[in-house]
Design a protein around this ligand. Structure first.
Ligand code: ZN
Length: 74
């Protein structure tokens, strides 16, 4: 294990995250694509209620993903 590596390695970035749906409140696992930018915003439909999440995804230097789902009004 190389935990002291200071340069982010996309292979170590989180590829899934749990998101709580802002509409129905269900926790849903989403698949992430760390091969793009370290900050991504896009729309994905909730698997449970099919309403559109406006996702804001950020990876920190250690590759930990932080995902926020908002309703389309915000
Ligand atoms: Zn939902």
């Amino acid at each position: 294990m190389t935990v002291s590596e200071p340069v982010p390695d996309p292979a170590d970035f989180d590829r899934v995250a749990d998101v709580t749906c802002p509409y129905c409140g269900e926790e849903v696992e989403v698949i992430l694509d760390p091969g793009g930018a370290s900050h991504q915003q896009y729309v994905e439909d909730c698997e449970v209620c099919c309403r559109p999440w406006h996702l804001d995804v950020r990876w920190d230097r250690r590759g930990d993903a932080s995902v926020t789902a908002r309703t389309e009004e915000q």
